[in-house]
Design a protein around this ligand. Structure first.
Ligand code: ZN
Length: 645
């Protein structure tokens, strides 16, 4: 049979050869490093026979796929075996991988706490030190049930019973140990490939996520290729905890959440000031980029959602309301808009459009509501009520490329202003199931790709990841501690204009359908503010800081000079507060620094006499003396948003 390798070369191997045979055929180095194979797109164990002509790639620990397999083996094999060694009467449930790590759920007789983690880690190290190889057997449903019944592993029996598969249940074993586990695999061929790991926490979790079932113990861990990478990750985690926007929001008094409105933000004056500064800046940038701002309704009849297709596809995420219309017998069913797009088409559809009106760029700071499961919400990062910096461009097919280029330039300038010089682009192309002809997809994909290429920007291709209605670009920015946040998006849509009857009169005098482009730069204001707070550790640039300047007096004799300076700054549009309390100056400085006020001006007798100021910048422990006019000019200039006059 012929095996096609990723570089296109072909190797002839005997039918039934395994991934390991293939690796050996290529070279001994690869055979040693190989941990699994991908056969025609699906991951397999190294020991699985390949039975037909196939495309095969060898997986090593150096790839993301390899790392994932290592994490999975650590969880399902090593952690689970350690638990059985230490707590022989425990019952095994499931052990999947998650971002950066893994967890395992099991039932124990005695509660396990985080104090037990070092002991479990030790046992895991002992197991790994054995360097056992991992083998597997294939079983019929009956055999598999019998095996796990004998082991009194009821959860495994449940999983097998619920499967519609009749055979090929994979049971993995390590060396001569009597530990076995049921798994889809693949696993490492032996424990020698395991890198560095750490168990991170213990939590409770219901079997199958159902609170009618018993509560299991869930042990979380993280695993990496080497100690160096593990330590870097742990440092990043620690750093992320320090920057957690929920914690900083309390210190800076920005917002809160409460039970009566889960996932919806109660903005406090300080938080709302940040929001408005960002909104003003975005409005300014959009106006200058030929967008026209609009506002569309919050509550819209289900008829429109039916027409747009959301009622069918997205209803479970929508907040639905019923209203008794005063003089009608029928109830009217509405939904809070989960997105603005259908409403924007309604605005477009008012009045006949001609090709001369295109491209038409409509922008809205659109408040949307989406029902997210309560367990998935996370401060500002995931909410139910949010405001998109939304916009839709209606254009012709031939305008997609230029619109893409214009958009990317705007986005990159805005990210730069907000402190994110570093962003990456993902281009997602046609999925299996889609609307629109191949000719239209060809054109749109080429338009997006050409625009990025002409701007000389790097991008990654995500083949088949586009929406059913068109190809898209996603923009991912990198924050100060290397975390990635997907914020911007640019999606061509051939579907909605058709469903909602958008059209224009072309140069030829007949009707055409415009392409609709959905685009956002921040994504949502709420989440982006969360990202900003974490990126800057709360130390926002002056123009975004809620309180830009606090003027603190050392003695009450200088109060009138304090007020005079505050008035001068206010006239220049600076957000300034005074602190004339009868407190020690060191106490005042400490308090305002903790609240992340970027500029603290200190005024004592000397300053009042000289008409000068002593200025302390956040993060510095030095006071610098300035004369009044100079510092007023400097601060008022710095407090303006970039690009504003
Ligand atoms: Zn849209």
């Amino acid at each position: 049979m012929n095996i096609t390798l990723p570089d296109g070369s072909i190797r002839e191997l005997e039918k039934g050869s395994t991934g390991l045979d293939l690796a050996n055929d290529i070279g001994p180095g690869l055979a040693k490093a190989a941990i699994a194979v991908v056969v025609n797109g699906s991951q397999r164990d190294l020991c699985d026979p390949i039975i037909d002509d196939s495309k095969v790639s060898i997986v090593t620990i150096d790839s993301d796929e390899g790392l994932e397999i290592m994490r999975h083996t650590l969880s399902a094999q090593v952690l689970a075996r350690a638990i059985k060694n230490l707590y022989p009467n425990s019952k095994l449930a499931i052990g999947p991988t998650i971002d950066d790590g893994f967890y395992y759920d099991f039932l124990t007789e005695k509660a396990i706490s985080s104090d037990d983690l070092p002991k479990i880690e030790n046992e895991m190290r002992n197991i790994i030190a054995s360097g056992d190889s991992i083998s597997k057997s294939l079983n019929t449903k009956k055999e598999a049930i019998k095996t796990f019944k004998a082991k009194q592993e009821g959860y495994k029996v449940d999983i097998i019973n619920d499967s519609d598969q009749e055979d090929n249940f994979q049971i993995y074993q390590q060396g001569e140990s009597d530990f076995i586990d049921l798994c889809r695999g693949p696993h490492l061929p032996n424990l020698k490939h395991i890198g560095a790991f750490k168990l991170t926490k213990v939590a409770g979790a219901y079997w199958r996520g159902n609170s009618d079932n018993e509560m299991l113990t869930r042990v979380y861990g993280t695993a990496w290729k080497s100690d160096k990478e593990l330590n870097a990750y742990l440092l990043r985690l620690e750093e992320a905890e320090k920057r957690d926007h929920r914690k900083l929001a309390k210190e800076m008094d920005l917002f809160h959440f409460q039970e009566e409105a889960p996932g919806m933000v109660f903005w406090h004056p300080n938080g709302w000031t940040i929001y408005r500064a960002l909104e003003d800046y975005m409005r300014y940038r959009l106006n200058n980029s030929n967008y026209q701002e609009i506002k569309t309704p919050q509550v819209v009849d289900r008829k429109l959602w039916e027409a747009s297709g959301h009622w069918d596809k997205y209803r479970e995420n929508m907040f639905i309301t019923e209203i008794d219309e005063e003089h009608a017998n029928e109830k009217r069913v509405n939904a809070l808009k989960p997105m603005n797009c259908p409403c924007h088409v309604q605005v477009y559809n008012q009045g006949l459009k001609s090709y001369r009106d295109l491209p038409l760029r409509l922008a809205e700071f659109g408040s949307c509501h989406r029902y997210e499961a309560s367990g998935t919400m996370h401060g500002l990062m995931r909410v139910r009520g949010f405001t998109q910096d939304d916009g839709h461009i209606f254009c012709t097919e031939s305008q997609i490329e230029s619109e893409t280029a214009i958009f990317i330039k705007l986005l990159s300038s805005i990210y730069q202003d907000l402190g994110f010089a570093d962003f990456s682009i993902k281009l997602s192309t046609r999925p299996e199931v889609r609307v629109g002809s191949d000719a239209v997809w060809d054109k749109a994909e080429a338009a997006l790709e050409n625009a990025i290429k002409k701007l000389s920007l790097p991008y990654t291709l995500e083949e088949g990841d586009g929406a059913f209605y068109g190809p898209k670009l996603d923009f991912v920015l990198t924050d100060a501690i290397g975390r990635e946040w997907q914020c911007g998006t640019f999606q061509a849509d051939f579907n909605l204009p058709d469903r909602l009857d958008a059209e224009y009169i072309g140069e030829d005098g007949s009707k055409h359908q415009p392409v609709m482009i959905h685009r956002a730069i921040l994504g949502s204001f709420e989440r982006f503010i969360g990202v900003l707070i974490e990126n800057y550790s709360g130390r926002l640039p002056l123009w975004l800081a809620p309180r830009q300047v606090v003027i603190a007096s050392i003695i009450s004799d200088v109060d009138s000079y304090v007020d005079e300076v505050a008035q001068l700054l206010k006239l220049k549009g600076v957000r300034v507060e005074t602190d004339k309390r009868n407190e020690k100056i060191s106490y005042k400085v400490r308090e305002h620094s903790a609240a992340k006020v970027p500029v603290i001006m200190v005024i004592g007798k000397k300053e009042a006499e000289e008409r000068s100021l002593s200025v302390r910048r956040l993060g510095s422990d030095k006071n610098i003396s300035y004369d009044l006019d100079h510092i007023i000019d400097e601060i008022s200039h710095e407090s303006k948003s970039p690009h504003s006059s």
